[in-house]
Design a binder for this molecule. Structure first.
Ligand code: NAG
Ligand code: NAG
Length: 425
């Protein structure tokens, strides 16, 4: 009996001292309730999955506020990814109804308040990816738990439209484009308006992202629409100045998509695209892998943001004053260009096949196309300056990777940091 009583006492004690939890949270759209799971004796994590931050979007339209809901929304499972081609481009998955985010809140003995907030923007070449992307080992690639727990921060991962539905543009008012960027902005603004109810500090929001998500971070900093909404930003491998971050000729690309789906390319083009099956539209935006070898692979990444005169009012290099109040970290990896290098010059990954200086000249000719022969000659001599007369294969191959890394990632990032520091307050 005494034994039982002390067991009950211990159990009660554990009950009253275990970690706190938010329970149902009131947001602008209504109540949401997630799940709580215990991490340790006095720590747990509240997880809210699939919280809508905007209404299901109209096709080629900016996101609109969610009308709200009655009762308590169960935020216990991830919602749809935005409609996109599959990784192998054999089909599509996801839905147009995809504007959802997920929130992780670390808890201790008492309910957390005033926590810093980190909003993550996923990558995927503006073509694919999701806030809950699955890694090849089956775990959620962007599960926020680890960062939330270790950093004692709230982590938010957000969806945005990709591919044709996210970035098709006519380059004018008929179809301005940048829908995916507007989605990212809507998510950031939602977090700013609602995160206090989850224990977050809306004056301490950091936006971070990788690859195309990193470019997204950069555009969000440069857009005048985010002024005051976040304080810090981290770009992991990509900025708005990266050569793959912006469309070169949006109208030509929109017309190419229109032709593929059987729409006229003149005045009625946008009206026709708007009523075209979204799966057909999405498929029409896949990478033209058949064109590999016809020039640097980077030029196949066609669907991306544009200067729309609104969200992105001017060329990104002229917009750094909008980011003057933001603390910024940007970086790249030493071999970020390797994936592209291996597609442009496959021999760099083949033991039996040598890579020739001529291969490098051809690559440079493609990358410096707009600079003519002078571009090839001067960049080739620069990159081969340290070569001995008969360089070994390792050196030659490393040079190819350096060229791609510099062109696609490192130099644009250095330029962005330079522009940021010269504008920053
Ligand atoms: C935001 O939170 C971090 C981590 O707690 C802290 O170091 C920083 O000073 C905070 N910044 C602001 C503006 O409150
Ligand atoms: C580029 O290099 C080639 C071969 O060395 C040379 O024939 C050509 O004149 C050079 N062109 C320019 C514009 O420097």
């Amino acid at each position: 009996m005494t034994m039982l009583r002390s067991l009950v006492a211990v159990a009660l004690c554990l009950g009253s001292t275990s970690a706190a939890t938010l329970g149902a949270v009131s947001t602008e759209g209504g109540m949401v309730e997630g799940t709580n799971h215990r991490l340790g004796l006095f720590s747990s994590i509240d997880v809210f999955k699939g919280v809508p931050f905007a209404a299901p979007p109209g096709r080629f339209e900016k996101p609109k506020p969610h009308p709200g809901w009655e009762g308590v929304l169960k935020a216990t499972k991830y919602q749809n990814r935005c409609l996109q081609v599959t990784l192998m481009q054999m089909g599509t998955h996801g839905s147009e109804n995809c504007l959802y985010l997920n929130i992780w809140v670390p808890q201790g003995r008492t309910v957390s308040t005033g926590l810093p907030v980190m909003i993550y923007i996923f990558g995927g070449a503006f073509l694919l990816g999701a806030s809950n992307d699955v890694s090849f080992m089956g775990n959620s690639l962007y599960d926020g738990e680890e960062v939330a727990k270790r950093g004692n921060v709230i982590v938010v991962t957000v969806n945005y439209r990709v591919g044709t539905l996210g970035f098709l543009s006519t380059g004018d008012a008929r179809g301005p484009g940048n829908y995916g960027l507007w989605d990212q902005h809507a998510a950031i603004a939602w977090v700013h308006r609602n995160i206090r109810a989850f224990g977050g500090d809306r004056e301490n929001i950091t936006v971070f992202g990788q690859s195309a998500g990193s470019v997204g971070v950069s555009f969000q900093m440069l857009s005048p629409y985010n002024r005051g909404l976040f304080k810090r930003a981290i770009s992991q491998c990509g900025v708005a100045l990266s050569p793959w971050a912006m469309q070169r000729d949006p109208l030509a690309l929109a017309q190419k998509v229109a032709e593929r789906v059987g729409c006229p390319t003149g005045e009625e083009m946008m009206a026709c695209l708007k009523i075209t099956d979204p799966v057909v539209l999405t498929t029409a935006g896949k990478l033209a892998l058949g064109d590999i070898g016809k020039g640097p692979v980077v030029y196949l990444l066609e669907l991306s943001p544009v200067v729309d005169g609104d969200f992105i009012p001017d060329h990104p290099s002229k917009l750094f004053h909008n980011a003057a109040d933001i603390d910024y970290i940007a970086g790249t990896n030493s071999m970020d260009g390797h994936l592209f290098a291996g597609m442009d010059i496959p021999s760099i990954n083949q033991k039996r096949n040598p890579t020739y200086p001529e291969d490098i000249k051809m690559l440079l000719a493609g990358l410096t196309k707009d600079k003519g022969e002078v571009g090839v000659n001067s960049s080739f001599s620069m990159y081969t300056q340290s070569w001995v007369p008969e360089p070994d294969q390792e050196t030659v191959k490393r040079t190819v990777v350096d060229i791609e890394t510099d062109y696609l990632f490192l130099v644009p990032t250095q330029t962005a940091l330079h522009l940021h520091s010269s504008n920053a307050k």
